[in-house]
Design a protein around this ligand. Structure first.
Ligand SMILES: C[S@@+](CC[C@H](N)C(=O)[O-])C[C@H]1O[C@@H](n2cnc3c(N)ncnc32)[C@H](O)[C@@H]1O
Length: 253
């Protein structure tokens, strides 16, 4: 398991690196100031917002929110209320410094939120860290109101036996895991255009002079790992809906 302490160190390094954030904004086409620690670009974010479609006053949970950048951007665009949850206390304290929103320490399998208390859930580039995946998907379902929407972005292995990829990514299969967790209207879409942008991002990161910038050094390590096996994974956007009570009773098993 990739621990909260690992991510605490990662976020502590990242806050010292304006160069890392500048690279992300430039290469991913994100609004400057959006604090991303993932690879969801500006066009992808527009798609995600259109699917979630939160209304003013509705509650959006940004789960594994990191520094909260995507959730805050969506709240700013739509007028929804934001709850951000992440297991890294360092990320949550950095998020709180950005905005007076409801950021909390919690895990993907135990958010601490009440049942049916949110209208939409977003998990950007993080579900691959949840162990086990099904428990995290069931937690998303538990906190969503009936009819509420879930959107996830992540990567899946083309071949689950491909040992170049982390085991946690090889066991992801959202097209079967989302219905198994109890979701309906599940759609998992491959995003080759996002993957092409990511490849350019990783190549550009390797062209930087890292010097003593720990965040850029760690980005370059990741770039080498990802590029060595980038033909073995697909970029995916998954969407699903929490069933209404009459749909629940018609679910198999
Ligand atoms: C690649 S970052 C993405 C962060 C954020 N969603 C974004 O897009 O900027 C993955 C995030 O998942 C969080 N994370 C990993 N495992 C977690 C878990 N089991 N529970 C809660 N958060 C977790 C990490 O702390 C990190 O913030």
């Amino acid at each position: 398991m990739t621990s909260a302490e690992h991510f605490d160190r990662w976020y502590a390094e990242r806050v010292e690196s304006p160069a890392a954030d500048e690279l992300v904004w430039r290469m991913l086409g994100l609004p400057p100031g959006l604090q991303s620690t993932s690879l969801l670009g500006g066009a992808g974010l527009d798609e995600v917002v259109a699917i979630l479609d939160p209304r003013p006053g509705q509650v959006l949970l940004d789960l594994a929110c990191g520094r909260g950048g995507y959730g805050l951007e969506i709240a700013g665009r739509t007028g929804c209320r934001l709850i951000g949850v992440d297991f890294s206390a360092v990320a949550i304290s950095q998020a709180k410094r950005r905005a007076d929103a409801d950021f909390r320490v919690g895990t993907m399998t135990a958010t601490g939120l009440s049942p049916a208390s949110v209208d939409a859930v977003l998990v950007v580039d993080a579900i691959q860290f949840a162990e086990p995946t099904l428990d995290a998907l069931r937690e998303c379902l538990r906190v969503l109101r009936p009819g509420g929407r879930l959107v996830l972005t992540t990567w899946e292995a083309l071949d689950p036996a491909d040992e170049r990829l982390p085991a946690r990514m090889r066991q992801l299969d959202l097209a079967s895991q989302l219905p198994e967790a109890g979701f309906v209207d599940v759609e998992v879409t491959e995003k080759p255009d996002w993957q092409a942008i990511e490849k350019r991002f990783w190549l550009e990161s390797l062209a930087l002079d890292a010097g003593d910038d720990l965040a850029i050094q760690s980005m370059q390590d990741e770039a080498r790992r990802v590029l060595a096996a980038s033909d073995g994974r697909r970029r995916v956007l998954a969407r699903a809906v929490a069933p209404l009570p009459d749909e629940e009773s018609s679910q198999p098993g």
